[in-house]
Design a protein around this ligand. Structure first.
Ligand SMILES: Nc1c(C(=O)O)ncn1[C@@H]1O[C@H](COP(=O)(O)O)[C@@H](O)[C@H]1O
Length: 160
């Protein structure tokens, strides 16, 4: 049993999605990764989504351009799905963001911001969901917030 599935539409998304993996690792959250595409490997995408509940608590799906992957996965599972808009070459991820966030009523995808910050926040949000039933994840999150707080204060003090 693993807590978080991190899926992406192409291995080319890894540069951005590595931020998700790094934060999950830092927080000590168990995860698995998979490259799967609603466009290029639709049957594998459906098989993954249909079976995900047996293994995971949350799915993070990153995709760029016509980013149908998070929404299509959300349509085929009752697990919460967090969508990460990966920056695209020509439209800089605006296309990814709008494809992921503008879901029809009834099929939610919790959408984070475009790129690295969004990829990190997806990991934190997924951990918060898992922490509802896991005290050690809650402690990790508290430590993470404290470290962020201390770094912010220290950088301010150095500047002043
Ligand atoms: N948006 C999707 C989906 C999908 O939504 O199913 N499958 C691949 N892609 C995206 O295509 C972009 C270019 O992929 P390539 O670099 O492999 O050509 C990637 O950002 C990927 O997420």
């Amino acid at each position: 049993m693993c807590d978080v599935a991190v899926v992406m539409g192409s291995i080319s998304d890894l540069k951005v999605m590595q931020n998700t993996l790094d934060v999950l690792t830092e927080l000590g959250v168990s995860y698995e990764t998979k490259v799967v595409s609603a466009h290029r490997t639709p049957q594998e995408m459906l098989d993954f989504a249909k079976n995900a509940q047996k293994k995971f608590q949350v799915i993070i799906a990153g995709a760029g351009g016509a980013a149908h992957l998070p929404g299509m996965i959300a349509s085929s599972t009752s697990l919460p799905v967090i969508g990460v808009p990966v920056p695209s070459r020509y439209l800089k991820g605006i296309d990814s963001l709008l494809s992921i966030v503008q879901m029809p009523a009834g099929v939610p995808v919790a959408t984070v911001s475009i790129g690295e910050a969004g990829a990190k926040n997806a990991a934190i949000l997924a951990t918060k969901i898992c922490a509802l039933k896991n005290d050690s994840y809650r402690k990790s999150l508290n430590n993470y917030v404290k470290a962020m707080h201390d770094t912010s204060i220290e950088s301010g003090e150095k500047f002043e």
